[in-house]
Design a protein around this ligand. Structure first.
Ligand code: MG
Length: 378
């Protein structure tokens, strides 16, 4: 808590988080993590606007009800689907409609409605489908009072996994899919990750990070084979006049893109490279000519939490020797003047020792702790 207050005070004082001397706090970087726990040097996420009933500001709006300009038929020719009352509607026999643009891993929002006039049954009633990268179908079907095989009902990953619940609204009513899709990840010919689909149907979780087993098809199991890194979003023509509206997509990174901080894609070499880069940036920011040697010392303690390069360790050694001499030679009646800096440095050293960056028997910590104990400083 005290450290948080220090960070806040430094930020109010006008220094950025990156340059504020907040002191060491959370567990330091390690072989799998380029950043400390609660690391203020870690880049901030981009700021976007997320207003009610609007696509997020960083989304690509694929269909807002005004035009089919971003869509075409499967082979790139003009689509025969029609624009009607702010929706795009499937015309029987016209084939799939697809985006002209291609996408990979994504968050997708789609609204759909099956025909108000109920016709047919089972798979023949209000059937369409959302094909992610043109390969994996999240089924669209009028499943309101219309049972079918579970792995083919609305919100199923078609032919693989039924939804957790049937959250269908009545025919003709608008329904939402919010889909988070990750494509398969390959290393050469070896599949590292099969890809996954998470679906919220009308706000209800129905596919919970389902790991894909194949490419969507009917009746048979069709193993996943490599396809292009990006592919179009497609909606199916299954012969029923199903409508879609408010379609937007956000491209998201594969979790394997992150190689520097935890997760399945982490690579120790990348972690260390980023740690060295961070240490170098922090070191470059230090004003080595400053008279404030305590500030330099504490910044160097931060630097070595990322990288114990010999040149950093040597400078730290020199600064530590100076600091210990200063404390040892200080007027004992006025030693309380140094309470803040002694406690600050000792706290930093404790974090580094706790994380094995420095050994338990670190001399500077021992000497500073002795002073703290003598004066019963808290
Ligand atoms: Mg379908």
């Amino acid at each position: 808590m005290k450290q948080i207050k220090m960070i806040a005070a430094a930020m109010v004082a006008g220094t950025s988080a990156a340059t504020a001397l907040a002191g060491l706090y959370g567990d330091t970087p390690d072989a799998r993590h380029a950043w400390a726990v609660h690391d203020n040097n870690r880049p901030q996420p981009p700021i976007i606007q997320a207003e009610p009933d609007k696509p997020p500001s960083d989304a690509i709006v694929l269909f807002d009800g005004t035009s089919l300009d971003q869509w075409c038929a499967d082979k790139g020719e003009p689509t025969k689907w029609v624009l009607k009352d702010g929706a795009m509607e499937c015309v029987r026999g016209s084939g799939y409609i697809r985006t002209k643009q291609s996408f990979g891993d994504c968050q997708l929002h789609v609204e759909w409605a099956t025909p108000t006039k109920v016709e047919g049954g089972g798979q023949g009633r209000g059937n369409s489908g959302v094909f992610l990268m043109g390969q994996h179908e999240v089924q669209v079907l009028d499943n309101y009072d219309n049972p079918t095989y579970p792995d083919g009902q609305a919100a199923s990953v078609y032919a693989e996994n039924p939804p957790l619940v049937n959250a269908c609204r009545k025919p003709g009513e608008w329904q939402t899919y919010d889909i988070i899709f990750h494509q398969p990840v390959w290393e050469g010919d070896v599949m590292k990750f099969p890809g996954s689909v998470t679906v919220l149907h009308n706000g209800v979780l129905v596919q919970d990070h389902w790991e894909l087993e194949g490419l969507s098809t009917h009746c048979t199991r069709r193993p996943i084979t490599k396809y292009a890194d990006k592919g179009p979003l497609k909606f199916q023509d299954h012969g029923n006049p199903v409508r879609f509206r408010n379609v937007w997509i956000r491209e998201i990174p594969s979790r394997y893109v992150n190689t520097t901080h935890g997760g399945p894609g982490v690579k120790e070499a990348d972690v260390m490279a980023l740690r060295k880069e961070t240490a170098a940036k922090l070191f470059a920011d230090i004003d080595l000519k400053s008279d404030n040697k305590v500030d330099i010392l504490r910044r160097m303690l931060e630097v070595i939490s990322y990288d114990k390069d010999a040149k950093y360790m040597q400078l730290l050694e020199e600064l530590g020797t100076m600091q210990m001499a200063k404390v040892a030679g200080y007027d004992k009646t006025k030693i309380a003047d140094l309470k803040g800096e002694i406690m600050g440095i000792r706290n930093d050293l404790n974090v580094l020792i706790r994380n094995k960056v420095l050994p338990d028997d670190n001399k500077m910590r021992a000497e500073l702790q002795k002073v703290i104990d003598e004066h019963k400083w808290k």
